[in-house]
Design a protein around this ligand. Structure first.
Ligand SMILES: Cc1cc2nc3c(=O)[nH]c(=O)nc-3n(C[C@H](O)[C@H](O)[C@H](O)COP(=O)(O)OP(=O)(O)OC[C@H]3O[C@@H](n4cnc5c(N)ncnc54)[C@H](O)[C@@H]3O)c2cc1C
Length: 494
């Protein structure tokens, strides 16, 4: 901007008016849209036609973050598409909101392409999102639980490369433990698959830290809960409640669920918001339980005792895993305590849903009892004979896993310079999250390094319909079921 131009802008700011509206609405008070319209225009989100008359911004004061879901939705239908007209920067800086696997790999990919980013994440204990590991000390014993992602498979070559790197860095190893399907009454059928199962050696969370370790162009801001996105003067301005969290050339939404819906509901990105609103997520209860003595679990034929099982026909339990034998086989063979992770089914999660950040004690107690009863029934133990755990913790994953997916690697709105990555775009697994983050990182690098022109060519995933996700309640593991041909669902990834 010229000196005269910036002086004019400053004058307008002090007069509380905004250039594009000056001729029509000289007395318009500064609203979010008006202030920010200095460089951005708003367009019709359906036609993406900037030549249509620009609508007046909503004069009502933007409502607070605590807006009800219903009013947030109503608001979204009237929000206008932001349209950045400033030339793209040669040295852009991207804000990535979400430090799970997809967000971190998006940042790492941008770094590989020479682009700076800042990852914002709410995690108090660490990065990783649903790649979560919890370590606690109880009765002077260290207890370790993977309390979301349990293990993973790799099907796509790019994810396999990353996994190979983790293996060579000593972060991941092949899980040789016996897993299978466990039916009520204790009937256990091992899964005999040649597909490799991987686990994090110290749990899943260290994988997240390893991604940004050694990066130079990735900044991490944590814990931080981004609550507002505002386009202004060719940049996106982020804030956490009223606290300014910086200005960026583009944004990435690397999380989903209620938080993402609220964030997008009044940001000027109606196409992103519409896609996000189509996503349906399951809810799953997790019960972490430590037992002094090994649980009486079934053996089957030549197989060792089960370490993990998909549970059938019991509503309160869909998965159980012995973290101690999975993560600390030596300790386990010495007959020490055992740390188990139990997950409910999605239908049980739906029937017993409460606000996950404020679980009533009575609900926590009920869920714990019902899940332990379910474990007892799955193992075929007589009523009341399951040993009493000396440590328990229940947690609700309110937005656990996607039920539907658009089946695109990522979403990108070139007009609003904003993208979305996450597991749900391709399925429900760590591999899906990884591929989505890598794809969006490359796509945005192409966009910026190509000068931000030919906008239509860079629009991705804005209109796709959704289809149901297949797999288990805790995700999709391509190739795990030996009866089926191994099909890599990620062929569509660019
Ligand atoms: C119970 C359970 C079991 C699972 N088991 C398996 C399994 O065995 N194998 C497998 O492959 N997958 C499994 N998954 C799925 C796997 O964990 C996910 O697919 C993957 O980790 C998703 O990564 P992501 O980056 O898409 O999202 P997330 O990991 O959810 O990352 C999003 C991040 O964004 C943060 N965030 C949200 N809002 C904001 C905000 N406003 N500001 C800043 N940060 C914000 C969140 O705190 C979070 O850290 C499981 C998931 C669950 C819930």
């Amino acid at each position: 901007m010229t000196a005269a131009g910036s002086a004019f802008s400053l004058l307008l700011e002090s007069l509380n008016v905004c250039p594009p509206f000056l001729h029509k609405t000289p007395k318009l008070r500064r609203t979010l849209s008006a202030v920010c319209a200095a460089k951005e225009r708003y367009m019709d989100a359906e036609t993406m036609n900037p030549s249509r008359p620009i609508k007046r911004p909503n004069r009502r004061k933007p409502s607070s973050y605590g807006t009800s879901r219903r009013s947030a939705m109503k608001k979204s239908f009237s929000q206008e598409q932001v349209y950045f007209t400033t030339p793209v920067s040669h040295n852009p800086s991207i804000a990535i909101i979400g430090g799970g696997l997809s967000g971190l790999l998006c940042a790492a990919t941008l770094e590989e392409r020479g682009i700076r980013s800042t990852v914002f994440d709410t995690g108090i204990h660490g990065l990783g999102g649903r790649m979560a590991t919890r370590a606690v000390v109880e009765s002077q014993q260290k207890l370790v639980f993977d309390h979301a992602a349990q293990f993973f498979t790799a099907c796509d070559a790019r994810f396999q490369n990353l996994v190979n790197r983790w293996v060579s860095e000593g972060l991941v190893l092949e899980w040789k433990g016996t897993i299978g399907e466990l039916e009520a009454g204790g009937r256990f059928t091992p899964i005999q698959s040649s597909t490799t199962k991987y686990i994090g050696i110290d749990g899943m969370r260290p994988l997240a830290d390893s991604i940004h370790k050694g990066t130079n162009l990735v900044e991490i801001t944590r814990p931080c809960w981004i609550s507002k996105l505002e386009p202004c003067n060719g940049m996106w301005h982020l804030s956490e409640n009223e606290k300014n969290r910086g200005s960026f050339d583009a944004i990435v939404i690397a999380h989903n669920g209620k938080c993402a819906n609220r964030l997008l509901s009044s940001s000027g990105l109606p196409q992103l918001f519409r896609q996000m609103k189509k996503l349906e997520l399951s809810s799953i209860w997790a019960l972490l339980a430590a037992f002094e003595d090994p649980l009486p679990v079934p053996f089957e034929g030549d197989f060792n005792a089960l370490e993990g099982a998909f549970v059938k026909n019991i509503e309160s339990v869909s998965w159980m895993c012995n973290n101690t034998s999975k993560l600390f086989p030596l300790q386990s063979s010495n007959g020490a305590h055992q740390c188990w992770t139990f997950f409910s089914t999605a239908s049980y999660g739906r029937r017993n849903k409460v606000p996950q950040e404020n679980i009533p004690n009575v609900t926590a107690e009920k869920v714990k009892t019902e899940m332990l009863d379910g474990v007892e029934a799955a193992l075929g133990l007589s009523k009341g004979s399951l040993p009493e755990p000396f440590y328990t913790r229940v947690q609700l994953w309110g937005a656990a896993l996607p039920i539907n997916t658009p089946g695109v690697p990522c979403i990108f709105d070139p007009y609003g310079r904003a993208g979305i990555c996450g597991d749900w775009l391709l399925g429900s697994s760590m591999e899906a999250a990884a591929l989505s983050g890598i794809s969006l990182g490359n796509h945005m690098a192409d966009f910026f390094q190509g000068g931000g022109i030919h906008l239509e060519e860079f629009a991705v995933g804005l209109h796709e319909g959704f289809k149901a996700v297949s797999g288990y309640d805790i995700g999709h593991f391509p190739g795990l079921d030996s009866d089926k041909q191994v099909i890599c669902d990620f062929e569509c990834v660019a």
